[in-house]
Ligand binder design. Structure first.
Ligand code: WTA
Length: 648
């Protein structure tokens, strides 16, 4: 037994048992067919498990029919669990805390479905949802699922421009939003961005939830209040079965080119894997646990592990509108104590922030209800892992470090908490039913424990993306060409240790991971170049203690702007202007930590920017091999410039 073996008591009660590995190894498809029938109620059973004949376009549970919202809500009420709390809503200012049972959830989702239908939303129509962490967002998502209208959530921290791109690409017919959102106690506008974004798009209606009560501009004929359309609607709605492959949602994620990719997920396979993983990885016992996933609903973790996984299981969970530091730095632990949270799923960036604030803060609260901790979004460094276990998990709780992606839809690599001897910092191995390997450049499995390779998924899985919206070629090129055509390239570097555990080493493409959010260098560069004073820009992700990576930008100014900056305050005001410009074009999370004005960028002879060298500079390292540079003096110039004071 290692220090991190499951206790016999935990192992005994665990949902995920060792036999699952054997069952999955014996027959991949039979294993998933069994999970689909175990976790999903089908209106019509499926005829075959997997159709991979048109690879990489998969069909799972072919011929089966289900309604996802029925599975997440109605069937729990029919089973006699209508009084169970689905959501303990914890509001940002404590002004709207409420518990919503599954019976109430059923009525709210029915009203929302009837309301959306009255606005003309039909099966197949796309609905954009630009909303914060409030129960109405969940009602809306499930209402869309009920109607078979794929939703496209856009994180409420994104700018109007980012929202417009996503509305246009999905050709969304209706946009849902709220008047405003509370951030650190203050009401911030939200609908305002929608007003800017929908101009000139195909969106016909904007449906607005009143949350902060702030003044909003009103466009007669286009804007509708939720309380006028949804609240008075009938509270029953007959769910129609959908094909197993009916689109459930689109979620946009950063790619290596500037344009975000609309990742498409469908119904039966996605729901199966979300429910199964939530049960066996987080060890959810719906009748007794209080589960809390702290992700924002606008990211995939919120989709799979707030809405679809836990609700398919009929679990009780916390939905928190606020942030970890508001109203005080102990708010997470106050919530754990008050609601006796037993399973907590959060991100390394949050854990590192709690470490920085100090263990005295969680120590003030009774955290003894916690029995499983989870981590997702980026590699968790072993030190943070141990801190999490010691100071939050009482030194005993298992930690499930879960590796997955927007594209994978659900958890892929993770320990099973009742089975696996844990290895701090590593998500270890694929869960039963998943096949992941680390391959070298030539596509061979790595054997040398010191070598570094690429994480590749070698068999299709039920929750896999079904494509990139309107762009099948990009889907093939991005994921299925590097090691293809049957092998999915995840874009992450990885290695094995001597025990065979997989360690994820971060992205190998030009995508950064800031606080667990994927941002593309190209998208930020194009935002910078969009500014009238910028001629050229290069962006890299540099290691950051708290956020994992931070955005560092190198910018060449247009000639007129350059002299202006020289004369004024050495660029201070201009740098602020550029940082704000990125925040406006993409969102505050993309704001560069610092911007350096340079006169040249390091380029190869073919004109490709060598971001690797800029990364060395940004991380204060000795600059690596410069022999392929067209002009090797460039790096000297840039490094000299680095002695200038850092920006805020
Ligand atoms: C990274 C979030 C190490 C990885 C669910 C992946 C991780 C990207 C982990 C997907 C983990 C996520 N350990 N790295 N446990 N979880 N990542 O699409 O680089 O927002 O490719 O999905 O996050 O980010 P996405």
């Amino acid at each position: 037994m290692s220090d991190y073996s499951p206790s016999p008591e935990f192992a005994k009660q665990a949902v995920g048992k060792a036999e699952l590995y054997d069952e999955a190894a014996a027959d991949h498809e039979a294993f998933w067919a069994a999970r689909a029938r175990e976790y999903v109620t089908w209106s019509k059973d499926f005829d075959s498990t997997l159709d991979w004949s048109d690879a990489p376009f998969a069909k799972w549970f072919v011929g089966g029919e289900l309604n996802v919202a029925y599975n997440c809500v109605d069937r729990h009420v029919e089973a006699g669990n209508g009084d169970r709390v689905a959501i303990h809503f914890v509001s940002a200012n404590g002004d709207d805390d409420r518990d919503i049972t599954y019976a109430e959830m059923q009525r709210e989702v029915a009203k929302a479905a009837n309301g959306l239908a009255s606005l003309g939303v039909q099966k197949g129509d796309r609905v954009a949802i630009y909303m914060q962490m409030i129960p109405e967002t969940i009602f809306a998502m499930l209402a869309c699922a009920r109607l078979g209208a794929p939703h496209s959530l856009v994180f409420a921290g994104f700018s109007a421009d980012a929202l417009r791109t996503r509305i246009n690409d999905a050709e969304a017919k209706v946009v849902l939003t709220s008047d405003g959102q509370f951030r650190k106690g203050k009401a911030m506008p939200l609908k305002k961005a929608v007003d800017e974004a929908v101009e000139g798009t195909a969106a016909e209606t904007v449906l607005v939830v009143k949350r902060t009560g702030s003044e909003v501009d009103w466009h007669e004929g286009r804007d509708q209040w939720w309380h006028d359309v949804v609240t008075p609607a009938a509270d029953t709605h007959e769910a129609q079965p959908m094909d197993s492959e009916h689109p459930l949602f689109l979620l946009y994620t950063s790619g290596t080119t500037g344009k975000p990719k609309g990742i498409l997920h469908t119904s039966g396979g996605y729901l199966t894997q979300c429910a199964y993983t939530n049960a066996v990885v987080h060890d959810v016992h719906p009748e007794s646990d209080v589960y809390w996933c702290t992700a924002d609903i606008g990211w995939v973790t919120g989709h799979s592990y707030i809405v679809y996984g836990p609700m398919a299981l009929g679990a009780s969970q916390i939905v928190f509108e606020g942030t970890p530091d508001s109203p005080h730095q102990g708010i997470f632990w106050e919530i754990v104590e008050k609601y006796k949270v037993s399973i907590l799923y959060t991100a390394p960036t949050a854990i590192r922030t709690f470490m920085k604030w100090g263990p005295e803060i969680p120590a003030k609260y009774d955290l003894s209800s916690l029995r499983v901790l989870g981590s997702v979004g980026e590699p968790i460094n072993p030190e943070a892992w141990r801190w999490y276990r010691d100071h939050i998990g009482g030194g005993t709780t298992p930690i499930v470090d879960t590796w997955w992606q927007t594209e994978t839809g659900a958890i892929m690599n993770s320990p099973l908490p009742g089975v696996t001897d844990l290895e701090p910092g590593s998500s270890q191995a694929p869960i039963p039913g998943i096949h992941a390997e680390v391959l070298d450049d030539d596509g061979n499995r790595l054997t040398d424990p010191d070598a570094v390779g690429y994480l590749v998924l070698t068999k299709p899985w039920p929750a896999m993306l079904r494509g990139v919206w309107k762009d099948p070629q990009r889907y093939k090129d991005t994921y299925w060409s590097r090691f293809g055509p049957d092998n999915y390239f995840a874009g992450d570097g990885a290695k094995y240790d001597e025990k065979g555990n997989i360690w994820i080493l971060g992205r190998v493409d030009d995508v950064m991971n800031v606080s667990g959010h994927r941002l593309s260098t190209a998208e930020i560069e194009s935002a910078l170049v969009h500014h009238s004073k910028v001629a050229e820009a290069a962006v890299v992700g540099a290691t950051d203690e708290t956020t994992g990576q931070a955005v560092e930008a190198f910018v060449i100014l247009r000639e007129d702007a350059a002299s202006e900056a020289d004369q004024a305050d050495e660029g201070g005001a201009l740098i602020k202007e550029l940082r704000d410009h990125v925040a406006k074009e993409i969102g505050p999370i993309a704001k560069p930590r610092s911007i350096m004005i340079v006169s040249e960028l390091p380029k190869t002879r073919s004109g490709k920017i060598m971001r690797r060298l800029l990364k060395d500079v940004a991380e204060n390292r000795e600059v690596g091999d410069v022999t392929t540079l067209a002009d090797s003096s460039v790096m000297d110039m840039i490094q000299k410039g680095m002695t200038a004071p850092a920006n805020d």
